[in-house]
Design a protein around this ligand. Sequence first.
Ligand code: PHE
Length: 449
Amino acid sequence: MEPHDGREQWGNRAGFMLATLASAVGLGNIWRFSYVAGENGGAAFLLVYVLCVLAIGLPAMLAELALGARARTDVVAAFAPAGVSRAWRAAGALAALASFLILSYYSVVAGWACRYFTGYLDGSLARLPRETLAADFAAFLADPTKPLIWHVAFMAATGTVVAAGVQRGIERAARLLMPLLAALVLLLAGYALSLGGAAKAFAFLLVPDWSRLADPGLYLAAIGQVFFSLGIGMGVLVTYGSYVGSGVRLPGAAAVIAAGDTAFALIAGLAIFPAVFAFGLDPAQGPALAFETLPQVFALMPGGRWFAVAFFFLLVTAALTSAVSLLEVPVAYAMRRSGRSRLAVTVPLALAAALAGIPAALGTGVWRDIKLLGRAPLEAMDHIAADLLLPVAAIALVAFVGWALPRQETLAAADIRSAGLARAWHGAVRYLAPLAIALMLVANAVASS
Ligand code: PHE
């Protein structure tokens, strides 16, 4: 189904929702959520996280989708309607840049997951003695070529899906993979809960240690995780919203996607923490949780090899549909700007993102002496993109929707039926969301200075 202007569209409402959910559900829900929640005490973090989703994440998500659905174009042009200062285009360009940068290193971490998936599939990782697993991870990271090869392979897969088109590539991948992922994560959680660590895991995730709420770092971690996980501020939702056909109501869709993304993170937590507790490991391990701690768990548990195969398959495919959405942002922009075909812009852009990811891929090995901003390349790129570009782009986005667009137009685009809710949403987009993001930005700057 093509609209009059020949621009691509989702096949139907379910396709749009599955694709957008598939973009949201990624490394952020499984790898990042589990370690950030683990570091921040579990239940107290989860409570604040859910409140932030409702008060900030959901309104910002609807704002971004509505902007796209109204503009029906890429993220840069969406910021440039008639009658609005052209300076806003810079905000769209920033979002496109941020998504490109995140894609470049996201693919590196996804490449690690590919390596673990294949290693458990062929059995080589399952045969390693437990004591050597951490050293094995370190050796993999230090290898001069392996992280790079997996990174390039993952990027090629991402480019292949995007090149196939909105309906035949992105939407089809989501339709195929999302139900599988949902079944898999439920299965993994069920199995993990049967291991004996269930009581501790539930207590960890559901019984808050209230004293944790006194830590300002917890709120920042929660807001940052909400933005990363829902994928707000990078133009992905503008771009995906721009492919929505007429007659799709966005508020309900946004609520379902936000709820689905949150449920996914929670259930992934229920797959990870019971296993961690059952074997007496520490959940506050940091980013290494999925790659260092979990293989220990897999080595200890009965049937661990197949649990690992399923887990890393989950990680790889969830990452793929998210990486696809990140690549689609600059692809949509380049297609409009150059007037060239999807394939003709996807190939060079995926290649460029693969090149941009090289420092991250080699920075754990042969380039380990290279430091950017005093950090290893991967951490530096994550820091610049997630802690800096992302919040700035997100503020620009909510400010644009809340202030630069005429109020009536904005409300019409968001299409909220209840007048009271519509007012609350507009208030959140105007005041609460920009303030909360600004706070996160300042606190990150202070923390890193
Ligand atoms: N939300 C994805 C995740 O949780 C990552 C992502 C960020 C995707 C930004 C798109 C845009 O992994």
